[in-house]
Design a protein around this ligand. Structure first.
Ligand SMILES: NC(=O)c1ccc[n+]([C@@H]2O[C@H](COP(=O)([O-])OP(=O)(O)OC[C@H]3O[C@@H](n4cnc5c(N)ncnc54)[C@H](O)[C@@H]3O)[C@@H](O)[C@H]2O)c1
Length: 436
């Protein structure tokens, strides 16, 4: 039974209860009514304690009992209507002007490429910014930015998001209608050794950017990257946006959860509406070399040993980049009422063994050498419940792990050998060449 139907049958049983109460005379009838009262109170209790989501008939309005969040969609199309928090007039030329932060990164550059392809014949402006930090190969970030310039004429401005006066200058020039904030210090294990990098990039810069956009007379539509890591040590799977988050696992996840809380505070104080996206292990062409798909492929190719944590008992909800980009673009069309968050995953976790075999098969040898290790920072399983994103954004992940790995491998093999080895270097633990 769907939720709307369950609500209406709940209402019918309440109506039936009031009719029966009036008619109840005999002890037998009183016992029946008593049982019905207990039943109705029980259902009510389950609804409240279970924090059941209630969707309206059109699937537009949703509220969560036991949680302060209420969200709804105004069904705008990105580029047609800015979804800002103020009583915003549409931009003068009627076109969207999009700022993408972290634009030389994996997801940011993929988003810009997709926007470029989608909006080729429309007068949109898309501008990227990136600090080009050396957490992993800067040459890979440059190659992504060069591709955006070459294929779409898009610029990626080299700057730190924390540089408020440069952000102000960019806004003065373009009056952005949309900000997609993807710049961050990513990586779980790196946060053990470099905590302050996360404080700067994921907290300080987030507050700096939010404070700027929230105080604008016309607030832009604000979409930002959160992470599946916010779920920390949660045991209940699949992970749902309704799950309480109380057991942090690492500083990276904690910083991302703090970002969501900060977005909530800016909604409360300045009315800034935002959409936070909890990405689940994203992979694909131009993927990050510190992440398992690239890192493992490169190590297998070079006959090096792969370190696998939790003794290999790990499941990851690998999500193909095109599906993530689809989710971001749909979020750019979605006007939140508040500080909304969504899971964006594939919702089909894969065990590490199978994943390694798939990589090995597509690469065509040599055989994988594995070293097993325990790590307290790594989460055993990630698994996204994407029903909220499906219902409200129309998000629909389409790519199987086999098809996604095939696509990644085609891209990987098309890169010159020296380059793919060079890109595998970086400051992250596990890089082939350290550049400290
Ligand atoms: N890739 C994933 O699986 C994944 C999963 C969950 C969340 N995320 C989040 O998605 C976002 C994008 O991730 P990605 O995989 O593309 O990572 P990425 O490292 O490839 O991209 C992030 C980019 O941001 C830039 N950057 C970092 N700090 C900056 C700052 N202060 N100012 C300007 N630029 C800065 C970096 O140079 C980098 O190019 C990040 O917020 C990340 O935390 C990614």
């Amino acid at each position: 039974m769907n939720r709307a139907a369950s609500n209406s049958s709940f209402k019918k049983s309440l109506d039936a209860l009031s009719v029966q109460s009036a008619a109840a005379e005999s002890p037998f009838e009183r016992r029946r009514v008593g049982k019905l009262v207990v039943l109705v109170l029980g259902v009510l209790g389950v609804l409240l304690l279970g924090r059941v989501v209630v969707y309206s008939e059109g699937g537009i309005q949703v509220s969560q009992l036991g949680d302060a969040v209420v969200w709804s969609s105004a069904q705008a199309k990105w580029g047609d209507v800015p979804c800002g928090g103020g009583d915003a007039a549409p931009p003068v030329d009627g076109a969207a002007r999009v700022l993408v932060t972290g634009a030389a990164g994996f997801i940011g550059s993929s988003l810009m490429a997709s926007l470029g392809a989608r909006t080729a014949n429309r007068p949109h402006t898309v501008v990227g910014l990136d600090s080009f930090n050396d957490y992993y190969a800067v040459s890979m970030k440059r190659a992504r930015a060069e591709r955006l310039k070459r294929d779409f004429g898009y610029d990626v401005v080299a700057m730190d998001v924390c540089n408020a006066s440069m952000v102000e200058a960019l806004f003065a020039k373009h009056a952005f209608t949309h900000v997609v904030h993807l710049a961050a210090q990513a990586g779980v294990r790196y946060s053990i050794t470099h905590p302050m990098t996360y404080v700067h990039n994921n907290l300080e810069c987030v507050v700096s950017l939010l404070d700027f956009v929230a105080r604008r007379e016309v607030q832009p539509h604000y979409v930002y990257a959160s992470s599946s890591s916010v779920y920390g040590l949660n045991k209940k799977i699949p992970f749902s946006e309704l799950d309480p988050i109380t057991h942090p696992a690492n500083l990276y996840g904690t910083s991302k959860f703090a970002d969501e809380q900060i977005a909530g505070a800016y909604h409360n104080i300045h009315g800034l509406k935002s959409v936070g996206l909890r990405f689940f292990t994203v992979y694909g062409p131009w993927g990050r070399p510190d992440m398992s798909v690239y890192l493992f492929t490169n190590k297998i190719e070079n006959g090096e040993t792969i370190t696998v944590f939790n003794h290999g008992d790990m499941w990851r909800d690998f999500t193909f980049i095109d599906d993530i980009v689809q989710g971001i673009e749909r979020s750019m069309e979605y006007c939140a009422d508040n500080a909304a968050v969504f899971n964006l995953g594939n919702s089909k976790p894969v065990k590490l063994d199978y994943f390694l075999k798939t990589l090995e098969g597509e690469l065509g040898g040599p055989k994988t050498k594995i070293h097993y290790e325990k790590s307290n920072a790594e989460i055993k399983e990630t698994y996204a419940d994407v029903s909220k994103a499906h219902e409200l954004l129309g998000y629909e992940p389409k790519t199987s792990i086999e098809a996604g790995v095939k696509s990644f491998m085609a891209w990987y093999k098309a890169q010159p050998l020296a380059l793919r080895n060079d890109w595998a270097g970086g400051r992250f633990k596990g890089g082939r060449k350290r550049r400290r």
